[in-house]
Design a protein around this ligand. Structure first.
Ligand code: NAP
Ligand code: MG
Length: 480
């Protein structure tokens, strides 16, 4: 038990004004859906309904794509890069000005701790727009030829784990390069995307440049399949990614996929153990483990495994699980009942297959969707919890004896999005990093993001890069 208890420190929700219902954002204005469907979005920490949003159908997707096409041809495409940049800078500044409102809204709709939405999501969202605003007038110098052209209309579909940040990763580079977009947020987290539409209005972005269509998977399918979309950008599960790849195959559409992961976090015996414990905790319990690049497999060298696990358990005992809006909360609510069900199912499979489950004592709230920080030891590589993405606060622990074994086990996965290496020796770090098949490799840190740094996967984690100069390539008509 901690020496003293924290008093509640809830962030006020008074700054956010959520409307009882929302329409679709098409051609710079709010519109009712042609067929009139709605769905509710809830606060996963309380199960209270926050608002009702519209479900976009075929006619709405048609209208949004037509608006995006018109805006791209007549306004946004022909506009000099330095003028587009002004809009992007304006959006970035408004996002900073409204960051407290948006952080509270993100925590309400998603369940993530306010500490994270306030200190990680929102600063990165603004940084992404600032960064790509800087590229808009420098595209001829980006290494893609003297006069790189936009692709046209981008259809973008994003998941629920970082709703506004994934929107920023999609919209900022697309707009900087002169494309217009039709974006579909996830069914359970549509609100910050709808508030972003309001930011676009505030920035006086020309109508049709950004269109936001809420809805479920079917709306995403319609956006992806629409014949007048030139580019599809998707972040989400590998399963849906494969379906999208099949839909797009044989068309002229360009495609980037950012999919799942099962990252190894490798701790060598010479690592600074307490620092590594912090990194492992951050790697898997940040954002309730709803992170595609989460360090969900700990590979710890056998000689230090026992001591490391002792320290890790002690640290896990100090994690505060509960009200996402409390400023002292470390682990918030699981995003949905469906996701909680998936986590519970995989955790049960871990026990059934013979792994040993441990969680620190922690009281979970009565209402809402909750899962305690959990580790599994005695995990075999064949276990489902070592192979499948759990996408929750669950760490699978494996051990190794030699660097070769660490690399072999780390690469023994269909995914390849990220990895972590903890060691005091630079030579060992570089030796390991060169052999890991993963898009991002962190050393003596984890889950660090920067708009200037490209991000993306190997193997079933997808293809294409977001962020950095590399991220421009996905939105330019670059000859290969
Ligand atoms: P998901 O089911 O694949 O959903 C992602 C988005 O696609 C949602 O907006 C979803 O709508 C929509 N969608 C569902 N079915 C579709 C279809 N047939 N055609 C087009 N769109 C469709 O994934 P999720 O469960 O929301 O997100 C978790 C997954 O995303 C994890 O596997 C995670 O690793 C991955 N992820 C990857 C990255 C990365 O950068 N690599 C980042 C974040 C998350 P609904 O919400 O209405 O279902
Ligand atoms: Mg919600």
């Amino acid at each position: 038990m901690p020496a003293f208890e924290y008093a509640p420190a809830p962030e006020s929700t008074a700054i956010v004004d959520v409307a009882p219902s929302y329409g679709l954002f098409i051609d710079g204005a709010w519109a009712e859906p042609a067929e009139g469907g709605t769905l509710k979005t809830v606060n996963p920490g309380t199960e209270e309904v926050l608002s009702e949003v519209s479900v976009a159908g075929p006619a709405d997707v048609d209208r949004a794509v037509a608006a995006a096409r018109r805006a791209q041809r007549t306004v946004w495409g022909p506009m000099p890069g330095r003028e587009r940049a002004k809009y992007l800078y304006r959006i970035a500044r408004i996002l900073q000005e409204r960051s407290r409102e948006l952080a509270v809204l993100e925590s309400l709709d998603n369940g993530k701790p306010i500490r994270e939405s306030r200190d990680v999501d929102l600063p990165l969202v603004a940084a992404h727009f600032f960064y790509y605003a800087g590229w808009a007038d420098k595209l001829p110098y980006a290494g893609f030829g003297p006069d790189p052209r936009p692709l046209g209309v981008a259809g973008q579909v994003i998941p629920w784990n970082f709703p506004l940040l994934m929107l920023a990763w999609k919209i900022a580079p697309a707009l900087a390069c002169g494309n217009t977009v039709v974006l579909k947020p996830a069914e359970t987290t549509p609100l910050t995307a709808l508030f972003f539409a309001d930011v676009c209005v505030q920035a006086e972005l020309p109508p049709g440049v950004v269109n936001i269509l809420t809805g479920a998977g079917e709306t995403g399918r319609l956006v992806v399949a629409h014949e007048d979309v030139d580019k599809v950008a998707f972040t989400g599960s590998t399963e849906v990614g494969k379906e999208i790849a099949r839909t797009v195959a044989g068309t002229r559409k360009r495609l980037t996929l950012e999919l799942g992961g099962k990252a190894a976090n490798i701790v060598y015996d010479d690592a600074a153990l307490d620092q590594a414990v912090e990194g492992v905790v951050n790697g898997i319990f940040f954002n309730q483990g709803h992170v595609c690049c989460a360090g969900s497999r700990l590979l710890v060298q056998e000689s230090v495994a026992e001591e490391f696990l002792d320290r890790l358990k002690r640290r896990m005992g100090t994690l505060r699980v509960g009200d996402p809006l409390d400023k002292n909360t470390d682990v918030g609510a699981v995003n949905s009942a469906a996701q909680l069900g998936r986590i519970q199912e995989l955790a049960a499979a871990g026990e059934a297959e013979g792994a040993h489950r441990w969680s620190p004592p922690c009281e979970l709230p009565d209402r809402g969707f909750w899962f305690p920080p959990t580790i599994f030891t005695e995990v075999a590589q064949s276990h489902r919890i070592a192979r499948e993405e759990i996408f929750g606060p669950v760490l699978s622990v494996l051990t190794f004896r030699t660097p070769d074994e660490a690399v072999t086990k780390a690469n023994n996965t269909p995914y390849g999005l990220s990895a972590g290496v903890w060691t005091e020796k630079a030579s060992r770090m570089l030796w390991t990093a060169q052999r890991l098949r993963a898009g991002v490799i962190w050393s003596n840190t984890f889950n660090k993001f920067d708009p200037a740094s490209p991000f993306g996967g190997f193997k079933e984690s997808g293809f294409g890069r977001e962020g950095g100069r590399h991220g421009l390539e996905a939105y330019l008509d670059v000859a290969h």
